[in-house]
Design a protein around this ligand. Structure first.
Ligand code: CA
Length: 236
């Protein structure tokens, strides 16, 4: 049985979420404050975490940050009260995998969690596949990317990447010269079962480019293909 952790202090909402997620089916555990949520998240294995932003004791942002620092690639769906909070969450780039603004439809929440679960299964399958026959280090010019360590270096200096930025970069370096549309990147890297998140791709690409120094002059690695998407190619 898949195990899902819900960290939400509003009892009615928590119960509603738990009820619907149980139908997936899944084994759902509810934590009603931040510290307890973090403790459970770290101590046990979960296929997904639904995390409210406003929590007593430790807020969802700090909990997410701590969880990502200590563990794991567990998929996280963050719940925020207002779109302004969502902007902040996106700006901080804490490594949540998806976001919903309250009030949300519980069916939408279930659909998002399903997409996260699919992605997590896909990631596991891909990791197994990759471990068999794909190289663990790929070098393009001055850029070295290591799948096992999940780190990248440019001219020998480490490029600090969030988990998602790394996934995006790894996807690109495996397919030099190939053009990806935003939808393809969403499906391949985010694994969403839904669309409408092009701005997510754009903002991640922009941050990745900045980190790779692509903004200073002509793009050295990630090139925009007008009206189509993006292509990874090492400039001569
Ligand atoms: Ca709350």
């Amino acid at each position: 049985m898949r195990r899902i952790l819900v960290v939400e202090d509003e009892r009615d909402i928590a119960e509603l979420i738990a009820l619907h997620l149980s139908d997936l089916p899944a084994d759902v555990t509810v934590a009603s404050d931040g510290p307890h949520g973090l403790q459970l998240a770290l101590r046990e294995a979960w296929e997904a975490v639904v995390l409210d932003l406003r929590l007593p004791g430790l807020n969802g942002l700090d909990l997410c940050r701590e969880l990502r620092a200590q563990a794991a690639h567990v998929p996280i769906l963050m719940l925020t009260a207002r779109s302004s909070e969502l902007d902040r969450v996106l700006g901080l780039e804490l490594g949540a995998d998806d976001y919903l603004t309250k009030p949300f439809s519980v069916l939408e929440l279930v659909a998002r969690v399903k997409a996260l679960l699919r992605r997590s299964a896909l990631t596991a399958a891909r990791a197994a596949e990759a471990a068999e026959d794909k190289p663990s280090v790929i070098e393009h010019g001055a850029l070295r990317t290591d799948r096992i360590q999940r780190r990248a270096w440019l001219d020998g200096s480490e490029v600090p990447l969030t988990p998602r930025e790394f996934d995006l970069l790894w996807h690109f370096v495996q397919h030099p010269g190939r053009v990806f549309t935003r939808s393809e990147l969403l499906a391949d890297v985010w694994g969403h079962g839904h669309d409408g998140y092009d701005h997510t791709v754009n903002s991640h690409i922009n941050r990745l480019r900045t980190k790779l120094g692509d903004e200073r002059a002509e793009a050295a690695f990630i090139h925009t293909v007008w009206g189509v998407g993006y292509r990874f190619e090492v400039a001569a």
